[in-house]
Design a protein around this ligand. Structure first.
Ligand code: FUB
Ligand code: ZN
Length: 658
């Protein structure tokens, strides 16, 4: 563990990429304005007006709806940091005025509690999300101050953070956030030049988890006195239940005993070795813990995170990088339990995984974290956003029927507002720097401007990633400097070469190609990453994938859709996988590469009058046909139909391999 990487600010990185420009343009021009309208229309903004006494009426919506307003401000601030927009600034200013007006004199701010149960602050930390919303307020405030220099929201967030610090740390109120988020936000506040007390508070919340001081066990016993008792929780993907029914379902085992796994509260985090519970909560917790380990040098905590990461990636993660296989509690279940149709793989969990992996990467420089960040970004996350930027998936299964469609908005709108802030801040994940070196983690055409050893550096990468593995770099430096440029060698690639003039450079054990030399004036670097279609096989204990294959090319995972493969997809078997062809499909997405190959189709006529049959009664093979596979991140953008990532493989030679 050597956490020396620093993140570049949005001002240092400019994306000019054929693939990402479209997502980012949509995000800025379609998603942000649409979500602003939704924040108003859905009553989220009105809740602040009501809390401020500027509008009559009760609270409307889910108890954590304030967080969507904050996440939108955070995303808008990232956009404002990149370019000025009077309209966006005016909208952001309006929301900030409304928020400041609602804040209580002592700094407290949660519109549900303030409107409905003002005497019950902090009485239901397991479910009521007061600390979660506070975390998103802090993140929005930090992003907004950085973008605009206006510190009104930042001061309000600090005031609230100070109140929480007094309450939980100085006054020693028992409790921890049911939904993590404030911990990583406090670390952001601390790093934004704030006081060391914010680090102490983040650490306190992390250390309380898995101990009596988290308070959830006691809370579960006192629910009738707690905030939200009897409140209906109409969560999109669940049967509507009351808040306390959900509390008991999530926090108690079948026999009524306490089971903290849902909120990663079963044992202290530093003793945990498996990814447990609600997946978004888990990702935010691990992200904060990585930040704390980075700041304090806490190796024991970091080792726990490494073990959890291994458990997640080797046993509890989908090929898309998606996580969470239980719909019931939106989280992890047990090893190799990865059903395709019932996958939860929430878009927010993908965002959380990106946040966590970036922190693990910053602490180690290990390519495996960047590999996973890339996998999630191009697959598990991006599938959550429609190609037009207007609709979102909350749940990202790997097998779906035609009724699984994206929606513009949800009563629980955590995913759309998480997607908008991630896309608006994509620049910050491409490069990192240490005092002497520059690292390239993602291949996204862009320009980085930075100082290295007091010389001005500009590094531009150009390519057609994720469709092609050729990337050209132009480096220019104001005066000669010796340093190392690290280029990531993607873990999925069988070969990767970097050339500067006539010199070739090789991959190191961390999964990067270090190019150590004296850089002078204008220099060119050529990176060639082998990118071929590949067929993936799954661990044999993943029951739903037995005898099946999934297709991948570069960082992009593929799927079959009815739009390209008429008829029932379950009648298809992939055939000779050595003959996969790649060709352009611009009608689906500019520059998109689709895969074609041979398939066999069962003849349903053979089955008329049969549900089961002896092999001898069936014809040897099906009808020969071909299939077209499209990037998983682009599925669901055409007419409704079936989608499958894993398909049975009817190729005997290939089957022998597993
Ligand atoms: O509870 C807040 C957010 O809503 C969670 O992160 C999501 O899983 C959804 O339940
Ligand atoms: Zn979500």
């Amino acid at each position: 563990m050597n956490c020396r990487h620093r993140q570049f600010s949005l001002k240092n990185v400019r994306i000019h990429d054929r693939f990402w420009d479209q997502w980012k343009r949509n995000n800025r021009e379609t998603t942000l304005p649409y979500q602003y309208y939704q924040l108003i229309k859905s009553g989220r903004v009105a809740n602040f007006l009501k809390a401020a006494g500027r509008q009559p009426g009760g609270y409307t919506g889910m108890v954590f709806n304030d967080s969507d307003v904050y996440k939108w401000i955070e995303a808008a601030s990232y956009e404002l940091q990149r370019r000025s927009s009077p309209e966006l600034l005016q909208q952001t200013d309006y929301l900030i005025d409304v928020i400041l007006d609602a804040q209580a004199a002592d700094g407290y701010l949660n519109t549900y509690i303030m409107i409905e149960e003002p005497e019950k602050r902090w009485t239901n930390l397991g479910m009521m999300h007061e600390l979660y919303c506070a975390g998103h307020l802090i993140e929005a405030a930090a992003a907004h101050r950085e973008a605009t220099g206006d510190s009104r929201l930042f001061r309000a967030a600090e005031k609230f953070a100070d109140l929480i610090h007094r309450e939980f740390l100085l006054n020693q109120r028992i409790g921890a956030p049911g939904h993590e988020e404030i911990e990583l936000a406090l670390m952001r506040l601390y790093r934004a030049g704030g006081d060391g007390k914010y680090l102490d508070l983040a650490r306190l919340f992390i250390e309380r988890r898995g101990t009596e001081a988290s308070g959830f066990r006691q809370e579960a016993e006192r629910l009738p006195q707690a905030a939200g008792f009897g409140l209906l929780f109409p969560v999109d993907n669940f049967k509507p239940k009351t808040m306390h029914e959900f509390y008991r379902e999530f926090y108690l085992a079948g026999d009524g005993s306490y089971d903290g796994r849902y909120a990663q509260d079963h044992i202290p985090l530093r003793k945990q070795r498996t990814a447990e519970g609600h997946a978004v909560r888990a990702m935010y917790l691990y992200s904060a813990a990585a930040d704390i380990a980075a700041e304090t040098g806490d190796r024991e905590l970091f080792s726990a995170l490494e073990a959890i990461w291994s458990n997640m990636t080797l046993r509890r993660m989908y090929a898309t990088g998606g996580i969470g296989s239980a719909v019931e509690m939106e989280g992890f279940t047990r090893d190799y339990d990865l059903p395709n149709r019932q996958a939860y793989a929430e878009t927010c969990a993908a965002v959380g995984s990106i946040l966590w992996n970036f922190r693990m990467l910053s602490c180690t420089g290990a390519g495996k974290y960047a590999d996973l960040l890339e996998l999630v970004l191009f697959n598990g996350f991006l599938a959550g956003v429609s190609a037009g930027g207007r609709e979102f998936f909350y749940v990202n299964p790997l097998s779906a029927e035609k009724d699984h469609r994206r929606k513009g908005w949800f009563s629980v709108a955590c995913c759309p507002t998480n997607a908008v802030r991630l896309l608006a801040s994509l620049e910050t994940y491409i490069y990192t720097g240490t005092s002497q070196d520059i690292w390239v983690h993602l291949y996204i055409s862009s320009t980085l401007t930075a100082d290295i050893d007091q010389a001005a550096l500009s590094l531009t990468q150009e390519g057609s990633y994720p469709w092609s593995g050729s990337v050209r770099f132009r480096l220019s430096i104001s005066s000669p400097r010796h340093f190392t440029l690290y280029l990531r060698r993607p873990g999925w690639s069988s070969s990767c070469r970097a050339k500067v003039k006539d010199a070739e450079y090789k991959t190191d054990k961390n999964g990067y190609i270090p190019i150590s030399r004296r850089w002078e004036g204008e220099e060119e670097i050529e990176l060639t990453i082998q990118m071929e279609p590949e067929a993936l096989t799954s661990h044999p204990l993943v029951a739903g994938n037995i005898g099946k294959r999934a297709l991948q090319r570069g960082p992009v995972l593929y799927c079959l859709e009815t739009a390209d493969n008429p008829g029932d997809l379950d009648l298809l078997r992939l055939a000779d996988l050595s003959k996969l062809a790649a060709s352009e499909m611009p009608e689906l997405f500019d520059g998109c590469i689709a895969l074609q190959g041979d398939a066999l189709r069962h003849n349903p006529d053979v089955w008329v009058g049969r549900l089961y049959a002896k092999k001898a009664d069936l014809p040897e093979s099906g009808e020969k046909t071909s299939f077209t596979a499209v990037p998983y991140c682009l599925w669901g953008n055409r007419e409704p139909g079936q989608m499958r990532v894993w398909l049975p493989c009817g190729c005997p030679a290939d089957q022998n391999k597993s």
